[in-house]
Design a protein around this ligand. Structure first.
Ligand code: NAI
Length: 329
């Protein structure tokens, strides 16, 4: 089986090549370009393409892949909101993903952002490097005995609940389905109650029509003053313009984002003044209590290895015609 691997970074190639030794049936060609309508035709002659969260697997891309005979999209990510599933079904293109490669990797990063925002670690780091050992502007609050509000308690949200519980926090959560394994230490409440009572709110639900812009002015106004908001899920769960308004209203002690709405627009690759002037992400970065990382929640050794193993096993399941829990339906 021949796979064309898009948007290859050196660490991807390393983890996939190491893992591929156990799969002699699979050949992989690595491309630096990401998958989008302009690059889809390069998959001519390949059985499958391997894509990532930044890939544009929309209608046009799928139409081109279909004409080139591609039958399988291997997503090396959990989220699949970048795939037009109606078009994939129409052309009988199977889409497989890696649903839970390392929930702890993302949850630990969510807590790292919360701690860094709360204790102003980015500011402290810079101050000390400038020989300024004063504590002004660095005061945070204890997480111990405060309330963590977790929105979405699937694999990553559950790991975040366990971490917050370990910090001695009261953990409340909102999800459309309750996770039985958390019942001993998590209290399920309404979304309104999570918003109103939490000192730390962390988002762990997928991006869907029902969750798009779930954090906007109305929901922000329901939050406690001085709350810390963390988003490691998908940028569009938060309406950025409204978040900026909330920050201006001094609603937040800190905001930590690993994902942001403009992620796929290459805002920071094309650094023209005009683009940056209109970029909501650049505006967010101008606030001293906002910390943004570049979608690195998943980025640990263990997670990369698990991604490679599951993706190649997905390819094997496709070849043997097996149905898989990793199929996106
Ligand atoms: P999961 O599928 O295990 O859990 C998602 C949970 O959200 C489920 O329990 C579901 O019932 C819940 N949910 C669905 N609709 C909801 C709603 N309207 N309100 C509240 N909860 C709702 O997914 P997992 O593995 O925990 O991943 C969560 C998200 O994290 C992914 O969808 C992805 O967007 C993001 N992610 C981010 C990464 C990063 O590097 N920053 C890496 C991997 C995933």
């Amino acid at each position: 089986m021949k796979i064309l691997f898009y948007d290859t970074k050196s660490y991807d190639q390393k983890s996939f090549e190491t893992t591929r030794n156990a799969y002699p049936e699979i050949e992989i060609e690595y491309l630096k370009s990401d998958l989008e309508p302009r690059t889809a035709a390069l998959a001519d002659g390949f059985d499958a393409v391997c894509a990532f969260v930044s890939s544009d697997v929309g209608t046009q891309t799928l139409e081109i892949l279909h004409t080139k005979g591609v039958k399988l999209i291997l997503l090396r990510s959990a989220g699949y909101n970048n795939v037009d599933m109606d078009t994939a079904h129409k052309y009988d293109i199977r889409v497989m993903r890696v649903p839970g490669y390392s929930p702890e990797a993302v949850a630990e990063h969510a807590m790292a952002l919360a701690l860094a925002c709360n204790r102003r670690l980015y500011k402290a780091y810079n101050k000390v490097r400038e020989n300024d050992f004063s504590l002004s502007g660095l005061m945070g609050f204890n997480l111990y005995q405060k309330t963590a509000g977790i929105i979405g308690t699937g694999k990553i949200g559950a790991a975040m609940c366990r971490i917050c519980h370990g910090f001695g926090m009261k953990v409340i959560a909102y999800d459309v389905y309750e996770n039985e394994s958390l019942k001993d230490f998590v209290e399920y409440v309404s979304l309104e109650k999570v918003l109103a009572e939490s000192d730390l709110i962390s988002l762990h639900c997928p991006l869907m029509d029902s969750t798009y812009h779930m954090i906007q002015l109305d929901t922000i106004k329901q939050m406690k003053d001085g709350v810390i908001l963390i988003n490691t899920s998908r940028g569009a769960l938060v309406k950025t313009e409204d978040l900026i308004e909330g920050i201006r209203m001094h609603k937040f002690a800190g905001v930590g984002l690993d994902v942001y709405e403009e992620e796929t627009d290459n805002v920071f690759e094309d650094r023209s003044d005009e683009i940056l002037e209109h970029s909501t992400t650049a505006r967010l970065l101008s606030f001293p209590n906002v910390m943004i990382t570049s979608h690195q929640g998943f980025f640990t050794r263990e997670a990369l290895q698990a991604i490679a193993e599951t993706t190649l096993q997905n390819a094997m399941d496709y070849m043997s015609g097996k149905k898989s829990p990793n199929d996106v339906d």
